[in-house]
Design a protein around this ligand. Structure first.
Ligand SMILES: [Zn+2]
Length: 113
C-alpha cells in the first residue's frame, strides 16, 4: 500500500509548483506509471481524491498513463512489451530478459489557472 505516500508526494509536488508560479487552482494532472512499479491506478485515483480535498487541487482531473517495460526473448530474439501483466514472450511464451525497465512514476504535465 505505498500508493498513499506516492500520491501524497505527487500532490505536494504539484501544490509546490502551483505556489511557486503564483496560480491558485489545479485543473489537470497528467502522470505516467511504469508497469513494473506495482502501483495500482485505482488506488492513486482514490487517494488523490481524498488527499486533494480542501487543497487547490480539489476536483482536478487526474490522467494516468501506463508505460510498458520492454523485454527481449532469447529464443526468437524479438523485443516485446509486457502485456496484461504477463512478461512472457507473446510468440513462444518463454521468459524474456528485461531490456527497458519502467518501475517509476512521472508527472508529465500540470494544468493550472
Ligand atoms: Zn519468444
Amino acid at each position: 500500500m505505498h500508493e498513499l505516500s506516492i500520491t501524497s508526494d505527487i500532490l505536494d509536488l504539484v501544490l509546490c509548483e502551483l505556489a511557486k508560479k503564483g496560480y491558485n487552482k489545479v485543473i489537470k494532472i497528467d502522470i505516467t506509471i511504469g508497469d513494473l512499479s506495482g502501483i495500482v491506478r485505482e488506488h492513486i485515483k482514490y487517494y488523490f481524491e481524498l488527499l486533494s480535498r480542501a487543497t487547490p487541487a480539489a476536483g482536478a482531473t487526474l490522467t494516468i498513463n501506463y508505460k510498458k517495460s520492454k523485454f527481449r526473448c532469447e529464443s526468437c530474439k524479438i523485443i516485446y512489451e509486457s502485456c496484461d501483466f504477463s512478461f512472457l514472450c507473446p510468440v513462444c511464451k518463454s521468459r524474456g530478459t528485461l531490456v527497458e525497465s519502467c518501475a517509476s512514476i512521472y508527472i508529465n504535465s500540470i494544468e493550472v489557472e
